[in-house]
Ligand binder design. Structure first.
Ligand code: C2O
Ligand code: CU
Length: 489
């Protein structure tokens, strides 16, 4: 079959008007998802300041461990100016507080659940023992609490924590359960990268708002997940950065480190600066520093992915406005945020030509190749998303993997699927049989698969035996069972 026939045989609506002769209307290009229109008047962009989430303080520390406490609760937050939105928040805020932990120091985070429904907390990118990894059925019931232990035996990186409740991750993250968790270490501190106020976490997520100001999530009426009309993924029409719509950050004409995280349920972004006079210098990806900086004119970011950039505003005179745009968006979703240069500043930062060393996981050392297929398919009465032809079963182990061994995992797709693996990062070996793409460098834990694509990655799990997950990070696909469990031994 030709590609087009394959696609129409699947009955897909998410391919954009071009491939279906103009039948698909509201489907933005480069996306697998359906737009939910807001039903409140939306603000004009670039009016509100960029919020920076508060950094959590340990409630106590001892020689080896920092202890934190987070209460998950509902609260009203003014996200759109003059509109109150009920959020489900870590400490009642969206985004939640940022945890900053040191490589080699243990962090114990006690979560208390003051929400009406169960929750599970996953540290995305964490090298975490299985009982603290937030398996979707390891729930904290309302009124309950649980300690999550993070040994932090991993290098510096931009991690994030978010809800992972079985069948409800999409709605719960959408309503606010997401925050940053930054790991720091000596290697990174020694580089002289921009730091302090010039090291800025940017959580990008799209949302839509209902008439009463609430987040508009098209939940299904039979309980779990999303309604059938939005099974492709929920796309919002407002772009939030750190929970604010199209915000503005005032900057000096110096270098900044921008830690980009795509925390959207389903939306992909292609981000670039306008005017484009300043290159985007990538220094890190999901699993921390790259070996060497890479210059991009735009960066592609799928749900779950992180990309760290150093951007130098030195070329812009005070008063210049530089807009971060999304070329995969249209209308409001084509804009993300704005930087306003307020004045000159002293800048001692630098970008060393060598950032780190990365041990290559070569395919020759792999003990086997496993194939994982991400495809849409009905499950019983309802449409669903399957991994290897099966719906997720939390009691089933889909693969046994030995700790310390390298394996090649081949991911294949029908549509866009951002594939995420828990426990340890991987390295991208090839895309469609060619080399890795421009955004595949370094240690990754989430890789963006385009329609009908095949991507080979090298995985190697270390330290912790137990049950872990591999899944699509389009949260609607995840909730509709595009997830598998592997066991490390
Ligand atoms: Cu960011 Cu299994 O998740
Ligand atoms: Cu998917």
């Amino acid at each position: 079959m030709k590609r087009r026939d394959v696609l129409s045989a699947l009955g897909l609506s998410a391919l954009g008007a071009a491939s279906l002769g103009g039948l698909a209307l509201a489907v933005p290009r480069g996306q697998t998802g359906e737009m939910v229109p807001s039903r409140v008047p939306l603000p004009r962009p670039f009016r509100v300041p960029l919020p920076i989430p508060a950094v959590a303080r340990p409630v106590r520390t001892d020689a080896a461990t920092d202890y934190y406490e987070i209460v998950q609760r509902a609260a009203d937050q003014e996200i759109l100016p003059g509109v109150r939105t009920r959020v489900l928040g870590y400490d009642g805020t969206f985004p939640g507080p940022t945890l900053v932990t040191r490589s080699g120091r243990r962090a114990v985070v006690t979560h208390r659940n003051d929400l009406p429904g169960p929750v599970a907390v996953h540290l995305h990118g964490g090298h975490t023992p299985a009982d603290s990894d937030g398996y979707p059925t390891d729930l904290i019931q309302p009124g309950g609490r649980r300690d999550y232990t993070y040994p932090t035996r991993q290098r510096a990186a931009t991690l994030w924590y978010h809800d992972h409740r079985m069948d409800f991750t999409g709605p719960q993250v959408y309503r606010g359960l997401a925050g940053f968790h930054l790991v720091t270490d000596d290697e990174q501190d020694a580089l002289g990268l921009p730091s302090g106020e010039r090291d800025v976490p940017l959580m990008i997520s799209d949302r839509s708002f209902d008439e009463d100001g609430s987040f508009s999530y098209p939940a299904s009426h039979h309980g779990a997940g999303v309604d059938d009309a939005h099974m492709e993924g929920v796309l919002g029409d407002v772009v939030l950065v750190n929970g604010a719509p199209w915000p503005v950050l005032e900057v000096a004409a110096v270098r900044y480190r921008l830690r980009l995280l795509n925390a959207s349920n389903a939306r992909r972004y292609r981000l670039g600066m306008d005017p484009a006079r300043t290159p985007l210098v990538q220094i890190a990806s999901d699993g921390g520093l790259l070996e060497k900086p890479i210059e991009h004119s735009t960066v592609l970011l799928a749900p779950g992915e992180r990309c760290e950039l150093v951007v130098d505003f030195a070329a812009f005179p005070p008063g210049t406005e530089i807009t971060l745009r999304n070329s995969l968006g249209s209308g409001g979703t084509a804009d993300v945020m704005r930087f306003r240069v307020t004045g000159r500043g002293r800048d001692n930062s630098r970008i060393p030509p060598q950032l780190s060393r990365i041990e290559p996981l070569s395919a020759e050392r792999a003990v086997r190749t496993r194939t994982w297929t991400f495809r849409r398919s009905p499950t019983g009465e309802h449409p669903g998303w399957l991994l290897d032809g099966r719906a997720f079963d939390p009691e089933r182990i889909d693969a046994d993997v030995r700790l310390g061994e390298i394996e090649v995992w081949r991911f294949t797709s029908d549509l866009y699927h951002p594939v995420h693996v828990h426990l340890d990062p991987f390295q991208v070996l090839s895309r469609r049989g060619d080399g890795p793409g421009p955004h595949d460098q370094g240690w990754k834990d989430t890789v963006d698969l385009a329609p009908s694509e095949s991507v080979d990655v090298a995985v190697r799990f270390t330290d912790y035996p137990g049950r872990y997950l591999l899944h699509c990070h389009n949260l609607e696909h995840e909730d509709m069972a595009m997830m598998a469990a592997f066991r490390t031994t």
